[in-house]
Each structure stands twice: as C-alpha cells, then as structure tokens.
Design a protein. Sequence first.
Length: 165
Amino acid sequence: MPIEDALIPNPITINAEYTVEQALTLINKHQIRSVPIVENSGKFIGMFGLHSLLDDLLPMAAKMEEGVKDLDFVVGGAPSAAKKIRKLAHKSVLEVIKKTEEHHYLKDDMSILESIRRLYKYGSPLPVVTKELKFLGLISEQSCLNHLNEVLKEVEAEEKLNTNL
C-alpha cells in the first residue's frame, strides 16, 4: 500500500518568516497540533508546534540524562513557563525548531506500515516529502486508521464474494 493512500493533501502550512506568536495563534485557531514550515518553492523545512518549545520551557536540570525526574516540587512553574513563551513570541519559528532529520518525515515511496511505525515512534502528524524534500502533505494516526478501515471494507467485500462462490 502506497503512503499517498493515507495522505492529507494541502494542510495549513507556514513559512520561515512566521514568528512563534503567529504560528501559535494559527495552531490555536485551527485546533491543530503542529504545522509544517514550507519554503515558497515548496521545500519542506521542518515542523512547528508546542513540542518545538518544550526544550526552552523546561529547566536544564530536567533535561539532563541523570537530572531531575519530577518537577512537582517547583512552585510557580506555570508563570515561569508562560514568561518563557512570551520571551520566544517574537522569534522566528526557525530559531526554535530542531533541525529536521530523515526520521522526522516520511518519504513518498514508503509503505503504510513503515509510516505507522514512524508515527508510533515519533508522533503524529508527520510530513510527507519527495527525495528533493518537496512537501506533499501530512500523514496522521487518524488518516492511517481511516485508510486501513477502507482497506478492511474492501477485504471484507472480497471475502463475502469468495464465500458466495
């Protein structure tokens, strides 16, 4: 099964000129988790979402390998995190995203099963790109499940047809 069978084409995208504040406003307005950053040429740059900000919101001690395991003792944590978001608001989305690595996007020649594996491992949604990194759309857990449901209907119809023979 080709990956494009579960593709969400033409999702909302932003460009590299967006600020964190503009991107968060868009995410809230459309009630989406994250948004692809795409150049005017169509080249995929990365994904922006709350996950892009998490590194800046957590104290260094919580991010270290053997660091603090529980932050429930921190008093005033929410106001501090909110102030950090305010501080980041006017930065470009490119300044806060992690550099995209191959495993954070799906290539258009991948199978549905590999797409599901990567969604499981890296979260949803994931962008789909060509070899040249041209952005094609998104694949989400829901779009994969919807596609698999359609496949199941086809399988059941075929089974019913074979049973009636």
